[in-house]
Design a protein around this ligand. Structure first.
Ligand code: AMP
Ligand code: GLY
Length: 420
């Protein structure tokens, strides 16, 4: 038996710890720092790599890293140096997410399909480029900007404003010292996540996120307001194309460049005229995609994460998924993704049906009461025999849960129904 330390505090980390605790090989599951729904919380921040390593050493843990920041900060490298077992990509491999410019240049030199782009550090030159470019553009800050560093523009005025915001007003600080201006690709978006061991990548179940705050994909981008799995937007044929032209090619190209990619590789895909383009890479599970994906997983997650960290995914039998659909509805605080109140008491956690689970994200246990403590507060996740059933099941549970400033989208999964 082994102990596990999950690093992070979101819905994704609650889902990872929930699934890992079901493994017959796993003894204790600790979560640092965790949230109001995770049970053995360790009060260490995800930034305090030394303290996390000391804890993992003391309890002989296998460590699973949820979010990108500690990966980009070299948590995995530090743990390996100390001889600790850890799941996730190295700092070098995490550049696929931590530097959008590095990722775009990597895709270009390795012929991985992505939108055409140019890089600028000078606002005047960037604006001159926009004024002569004939297509609509998307402007991206190079570094990690908490999901806010991408501005999708409809005309030159919006593009010029975005350039000023990042390069002149420095709204993202150093993360915005360079920008990418890329062709806007309009199509259908989906999340394609594979578990990689440096040699191969095995696909997770497909999923689709809902990034905008309002129904019908209106309003500003968020971390994700809900997700479902599988998505009809990616059929078997397209899945094979993505697997070969994007996932396998990314792993082998990284390897050719001397970098092993171990961990979850998440390709944010735009499908235009049946062809997939990589909009971005993430080097971790998606949040909230992780919640419906793990609800559908039959296999022992621990075995897969361990094999990924050891370069041994080939030794495992084929991963197994439930045939059912799963839907996760994010319950957020009013005001998210901008400012929002915290500290509201949440009720309605009793009598949750067997086919459903309420994952916690921005919650805190305050002397036995669960209170809101973040923008995305809960992820109500339900299985169903069809996508439509899973949507209904999830909304039935979401209705039972109350707090003063609760906000949810009411159309999670709807765009999937239109492809069935
Ligand atoms: P990212 O933070 O890179 O995931 O980008 C946020 C969102 O911006 C994506 O989920 C897309 O909806 C959109 N986006 C990014 N790049 C493009 C592009 N080249 N064309 C159209 N939309 C894009
Ligand atoms: N749900 C999108 C992400 O995890 O980046």
């Amino acid at each position: 038996m082994v102990n596990v330390l999950v690093v992070g505090s979101g819905g994704r980390e609650h889902a990872l710890s929930w699934k890992l605790s079901q493994s017959e090989l796993v003894d204790e599951v600790y979560v640092a720092p965790g949230n109001g729904g995770t049970s053995q919380n360790i009060p260490i921040s995800v930034d305090d790599i030394d303290a996390l390593a000391n804890f993992a050493q003391e309890k002989s843990c296998f460590t699973v890293v949820g979010p990108e920041a500690p990966l980009a900060n070299g948590l995995v490298d530090k743990f390996i140096e100390k001889g600790l077992a850890v799941f996730g990509p190295s700092k070098q491999a995490a550049q696929l997410e931590s530097s959008k410019i590095w990722a775009k240049e990597f895709m270009k030199r390795n012929d991985i399909p992505t939108a055409d782009f140019e890089i600028f550090d000078d606002a005047q030159k960037a604006k001159e480029f926009v004024s002569t470019y004939e297509k609509q553009v998307v402007i991206k800050a190079d570094g990690l900007a908490a999901g806010k560093g991408v501005i999708v523009c409809s005309n030159n005025d919006e593009a010029n404003d975005a350039i000023d915001k990042i390069l002149v007003k420095k709204e993202f600080g150093d993360a915005g010292s360079k920008i990418i201006i890329e062709e806007r690709v309009d199509g259908i978006e989906a999340s394609y996540i594979a578990l990689c061991d440096g040699q191969i990548g095995i696909p997770m179940a497909t999923s689709q996120d809902h990034k905008r705050i309002y129904d019908d994909d209106k309003g500003p981008n968020t971390g994700g307001m809900g997700a479902y799995s599988p998505t009809p937007v990616i059929d078997d044929k397209l899945s094979n194309v993505i697997q070969e032209e994007i996932i396998a090619k990314t792993i082998s190209s990284m390897s050719k460049e001397g970098i092993e990619f171990r961990g979850f590789l998440y390709a944010g895909i735009m499908i235009r005229d049946g062809k997939p383009y990589v909009l971005e890479y993430n080097v971790r599970m998606g949040d909230p995609e992780c919640q419906p994906i793990l609800m559908r997983l039959n296999s022992d997650l621990y075995k897969y994460l361990k094999a990924s960290s050891e370069g041994k995914l080939n030794d495992l039998s084929e991963i197994s998924w439930k045939d059912e659909s799963a839907v996760c509805i994010v319950l957020a605080s009013n005001g998210y993704p901008n400012s929002y109140p915290k500290g509201d008491e949440i009720s309605g956690f009793d009598n949750i049906p067997q086919n459903s689970f309420v994952f916690h994200a921005g919650t805190k246990n305050d002397d036995g009461k669960i209170v809101s403590n973040g923008g995305r507060v809960l992820g109500v996740t339900a299985l169903g025999s069809s996508l439509n059933d899973a949507i209904n099941n999830a909304y039935n549970v979401a209705e039972k849960i109350h707090w003063e400033n609760k906000y949810q989208r009411n159309d999670i999964g709807k765009k999937g129904l239109s492809y069935l």
